[in-house]
Design a binder for this molecule. Structure first.
Ligand SMILES: CC(C)(COP(=O)(O)OP(=O)(O)OC[C@H]1O[C@@H](n2cnc3c(N)ncnc32)[C@H](O)[C@@H]1OP(=O)(O)O)[C@@H](O)C(=O)NCCC(=O)NCCS
Length: 172
């Protein structure tokens, strides 16, 4: 599996994924994006940075993004991800999260990387826990999903819990 920065030529596929509820998933806010909107997203001021998740054969199976949540104490890096349905349950997302955490701790002067997930999203919680994230608590009514406000869990991994790169410096 490989992660690479999303390029303009990936945007049609990205828009297709985001626009299809079966890919973006049942626990993400429903949204429809035009190709033009996805182009703006790549240049956006919130610094959302999406990466394509590719299999070794080059097929594109999903994405993982990092972005910043503003807080008076500073900017908190947060991550989000989605995979196409027929490639789920094979460990790809956990590997992508491990790579992203390595990348963020190696490249940014941050103490923590966080993620939020609908309290019903057991697959996403499993991914985060397998990647060493800890559940910090519940953010009440954070997401408006399918017509109702939903509670989310806030997860994080601290630099001292990460300790050293799991993947990026592996040479074998
Ligand atoms: C969340 C998502 C990205 C996980 O991707 P993935 O590649 O399947 O994740 P992994 O294979 O690395 O790990 C998934 C784990 O969750 C487990 N799992 C999957 N569905 C589950 C469920 N309904 N209940 C409990 N565990 C579940 C799997 O068994 C696996 O654990 P295991 O390795 O111990 O068997 C994928 O399900 C997805 O794209 N969902 C829709 C979009 C979404 O919800 N994104 C996250 C928003 S916060």
């Amino acid at each position: 599996m490989n992660l690479r920065v999303m390029e303009k030529e990936d945007l049609s596929l990205f828009a297709e994924w985001v626009n299809k509820p079966e890919v973006f998933g049942e626990y993400n806010p429903l949204r429809q994006m035009s190709r033009t909107e996805t182009e703006k997203m790549l240049e956006n001021p919130l610094e959302l940075k999406p990466f394509i998740i590719e299999k070794k054969d080059g097929s594109k199976i999903g994405f993982i993004a990092h972005f910043y949540v503003l807080h008076i104490s500073g900017r908190q890096p947060e991550i989000g991800y989605s995979l196409v349905p027929n490639e789920r349950g094979k460990g790809y997302c956990t590997e992508a999260v491990n790579i992203m955490v390595d990348y963020l701790f190696l490249s940014k002067d941050t103490m923590r990387v966080q993620a939020t997930t609908d309290t019903r999203n057991l697959a996403s919680q499993k991914v985060l826990e397998k990647a060493g994230f800890k559940k910090e608590g519940t953010i009440r009514k954070l997401f408006f999903i399918r017509g109702e406000l939903r509670d989310a869990y806030l997860y994080s991994i601290l630099r001292e819990e990460w300790k050293e790169p799991k993947i990026l410096t592996r040479t074998t």
